[in-house]
Design a protein around this ligand. Structure first.
Ligand code: MG
Length: 371
């Protein structure tokens, strides 16, 4: 089988506000073959830039566009093509937009391999440990503790058994922070997991104080208490924190995650549509297994990202948690025709060949940015 075309498709809703919401503007990647099979992937990044990473022509060594690297290749060995894409984009890649773009190609290659071999992607990643994955949903803290409590109530109504609150008014004042987390905990009760995303708010000393303050509320993890580049800070904080520390939604390649693990981060959070794809995610979860850590997907864009994350988590022995995005954007709700639903706080893993999803061509036509 040979790759005959690579199609980076930029989808964008009419109004994209400057808010932390990955559901408004995405790059879908379709890889076509001479066998008539088409693989689907997604990039959650700067879509205009990542589209150019595909469309840039061949150049001098190790500075080629991704499409030119992939055309004519046999798609059935995604890790081999990952290495080829990574090496052949070395001069402008390694980190940033090029590796984000590689994520979309890599997901599509795993989808193609599964379709060609009649296997769901989770089988290719190591076999199935579960048929459904427990979901957690994320939301910004409310403006007041009462508003946070109301949001927690909505999660309970939806049947979720785990919820994450972050950003918004959180991080500036210890008493306010405690009031918000207490409000969420009171509504969620002690049978549901509560996670807190500090949104890069603190230095090490403040993070330790807040972790000690929040520990009695039994939070499942404290996410990104420090800046993403404060690697020394994580090495100081993690061994001293009374609650597990989570980080890594902005990191890429298994080397970045190896670094986080070596600095003591307890839970790493690769985003499959950003970190380098399923090839990277599988390496990261293998590393976590070996070193007694945990990987939980960051996933806040479309049903393609969700489905790839579900296949990954189905194949990881302790992978029973996925982020489930509840934003109303049509790119999250409608792009994937058979979007895996939330059922009693869990999400079924598709079991057709490949990713097992079908895209809605009307949604693509409506939101496609003209070339
Ligand atoms: Mg986060």
């Amino acid at each position: 089988m040979k790759i005959t075309a690579v199609e980076p498709i930029h989808l964008r809703v009419p109004v994209v506000e400057a808010i932390p919401d990955g559901t408004l503007d995405v790059l879908v990647v379709r890889i076509h073959t001479d066998a008539g099979l088409t693989g689907i992937g997604e990039v959650t990044s700067q879509s205009y830039v990542c589209k150019a990473c595909f469309e840039a022509p061949r150049s001098a060594a190790r500075r080629h566009g991704l499409t030119s690297i992939l055309l004519g290749e046999d798609p059935l060995d995604p890790p081999r093509l990952w290495e080829k894409m990574y090496y052949e984009t070395n001069r402008y890649g390694r980190r940033g937009a090029a590796i984000h773009a590689i994520s979309g190609a890599d997901i599509a290659l795993w989808d193609l391999k599964g379709q060609a071999e009649g296997q769901p992607v989770y089988q290719l990643l190591g076999g199935r440990h579960r048929t459904t994955v427990r979901a957690y949903a994320s939301v910004l803290f409310g403006e007041t503790p009462e508003a946070t409590a109301a949001l927690a109530g909505e999660f309970v109504e939806l049947g979720l058994t785990a919820a994450k609150f972050g950003w918004g008014p959180f991080g500036r004042d210890a008493a306010v922070d405690l009031a918000h987390v207490q409000a969420a905990r009171d509504v969620l009760g002690h049978d549901r997991d509560l996670m807190v995303d500090a949104g890069h708010a603190w230095d090490v000393a403040t993070a330790i104080q807040r972790a000690e303050l929040l520990a009695p509320l039994k939070i499942a993890w404290l996410e990104e208490p420090l800046g993403q580049d404060d690697r020394k800070g994580y090495a100081e904080l993690c061994p001293r924190s009374p609650v597990p520390i989570a980080a890594g939604e902005g990191d890429v390649t298994h080397w970045d995650f190896e670094d986080l693990i070596e600095r003591g981060v307890h839970i790493v959070q690769p985003d499959v549509a950003f970190c380098g794809g399923l090839t990277v995610c599988r390496r990261v979860s293998d590393m976590c297994q070996e070193r007694g850590r945990r990987s939980v997907p960051h996933c806040f864009s479309t049903g393609i990202n969700l489905t790839a994350s579900l296949h990954w988590m189905a194949a990881v022995p302790d992978g029973d948690l996925v982020e489930y995005c509840l934003r109303p954007s049509p790119l999250m709700r409608k792009l994937v025709k058979n979007l895996p639903p939330l059922v009693n706080g869990r999400v079924p893993v598709p079991d057709g060949p490949g990713l097992g999803i079908e895209l809605d061509e009307d949604v693509i036509a409506e939101f496609r940015v003209a070339d």
